[in-house]
Design a protein around this ligand. Structure first.
Ligand SMILES: *[C@@H]1O[C@H](CO)[C@@H](O)[C@H](O)[C@H]1NC(C)=O
Ligand SMILES: *[C@@H]1O[C@H](CO)[C@@H](O)[C@H](O)[C@H]1NC(C)=O
Ligand SMILES: *[C@@H]1O[C@H](CO)[C@@H](O)[C@H](O)[C@H]1NC(C)=O
Ligand SMILES: *[C@@H]1O[C@H](CO)[C@@H](O)[C@H](O)[C@H]1NC(C)=O
Ligand SMILES: *[C@@H]1O[C@H](CO)[C@@H](O)[C@H](O)[C@H]1NC(C)=O
Length: 366
């Protein structure tokens, strides 16, 4: 039923000792990540091929699935064996639901970069400028919002028809998370694993594998170097060179064949090509200098609540009504007004007005 393609490295049999435990590369389907040590597919690899916690399986739609303790099934979107990173999403397309109960403590994985998101459960008639409810966890009766903003904003939201649920440190893709007023949190979770450490072994072109009779000790099997001394010992004769040459030609053909026919039945393209584009490093936040932000008009509301714009009675960022003693700040270029704490944090990370976007303050970001 499930069609699994096992990729044999054409040259390995002639280079590796016959009793090698190096696991074959397998994939669940076209465009799915290559599965090799420390991951393993129990039905395809030998029992002793994988590392504890790295069991995966192929589901009925040819997706690569890993079941994490207490957290259920995730689809593996990409694996980087050198940097020891994995990109996960929800096979049921509701990642926020998983994030709400995120607990990686029983798994080998941890986030690379985290950002705290606060979740709110609001009545369904609750509306604001910015955040959109997360559809797959909301219903007709209530709307769930997630916001990456911190501190004071939370208490502002709480004053509304919203109930604070929790704050979750979400393993985001990039260190400088592109801040939005809210996020639908549907982007892959970027995770890394510490053990087993096979990154360096892999980057040398060698293969990592479990030591014989061990459940968690690994060894790096150095494919080319094993062969060199033997070749030297058995003399550099024509007889030894010809098979090696043929082997090399075979490898070259195999590799170029793979490159040409990326849609053919050779899905063992480097899994890196499946990964989301990485940011050019180093990245800097795109916000404004605090001296610029501090130069923007700032008022504290009195008991009489004389608003800068009488019709704008709520802060578009935290969505809560202005109250006496709230500090407000206006962006001069477009006259939009916010809680000072809200807009200060926003402008630390973004250089445009959160409401109209197209009225950027002077482009003097850091
Ligand atoms: C799974 O992959 C096989 C070929 O590898 C293909 O025939 C089959 O249609 C795929 N199934 C789904 C649900 O995509
Ligand atoms: C994960 O998927 C497998 C196979 O579809 C299923 O048997 C298992 O119950 C799922 N795990 C959870 C926690 O839903
Ligand atoms: C995560 O799960 C572990 C048990 O696997 C539990 O001990 C721990 O308290 C949980 N952490 C959170 C934050 O719920
Ligand atoms: C998230 O919040 C926790 C506690 O509220 C804090 O300890 C942690 O540093 C925060 N993480 C980030 C990335 O801001
Ligand atoms: C949100 O609140 C409603 C009641 O107001 C409750 O029925 C629902 O389960 C809550 N949803 C979540 C995800 O907490």
């Amino acid at each position: 039923m499930l069609k699994i393609i096992a990729i044999l490295f054409l040259c390995l049999p002639c280079l590796l000792p016959a009793n090698s435990k190096i696991s074959l590369d397998v994939v669940c389907g076209r465009n799915e990540p290559t599965i090799r040590f420390p991951f393993h597919i129990r039905t395809l690899h030998q029992e002793q091929c994988g590392y504890p916690g790295f069991d995966v399986f192929c589901d009925g739609m040819n997706r690569t699935i890993i079941e994490l303790p207490n957290m259920g099934n995730f689809s593996i979107q990409g694996i980087d064996y050198v940097d020891q990173q994995v990109w996960l999403n929800d096979p049921e397309n509701c990642l926020p639901k998983k994030i709400l109960s995120l607990n990686l403590s029983g798994s080998p994985f941890a986030g690379v970069y985290y950002h705290n998101f606060s979740f709110f459960n609001c009545s369904s008639d609750y509306r604001g400028y910015g955040p959109k409810p997360i559809a797959c966890v909301s219903s007709d009766a209530f709307s769930i919002f997630a916001t990456p903003l911190r501190g004071v904003h939370l208490s502002h939201l709480l004053r509304q028809q919203c109930r604070y649920i929790k704050t979750v440190a979400v393993p985001v893709q990039l260190p400088f998370f592109v801040h939005e007023l809210s996020s639908d949190l549907s982007e892959d979770l970027r995770l890394t694993w510490n053990t087993p450490r096979c990154g360096r072994c892999t980057s040398r072109g060698s293969r990592c594998s479990l030591k014989a009779n061990s459940k968690d000790e690994i060894e790096c099997i150095d494919i080319p170097r094993q062969e060199v001394p033997r070749a030297a010992r058995y003399a550099v004769t024509f007889g030894a060179l010809v098979p090696a040459l043929l082997c090399l030609i075979g490898l070259v053909c195999f590799v170029s064949g793979k490159v040409k026919s990326s849609s053919s039945r050779c899905p063992d393209l480097p899994s890196v090509s499946r990964l989301p584009p990485l940011p050019p490093s180093p990245r800097v936040p795109l916000g404004l200098r605090s001296s610029i932000v501090n130069s923007y008009p700032w008022i504290v509301l009195g008991e009489s609540m004389r608003l800068p714009k009488p019709d704008d009675t709520a802060c578009p960022i935290c969505l809560s009504e202005y109250r006496p003693k709230d500090a407000l700040r206006t962006i001069p270029e477009c006259d939009h007004c916010f809680h000072a704490t809200c807009v200060d944090e926003w402008l630390r990370l973004n250089s445009s007005c959160p409401v109209c976007r197209k009225c950027p303050a002077p482009q003097t970001g850091v």
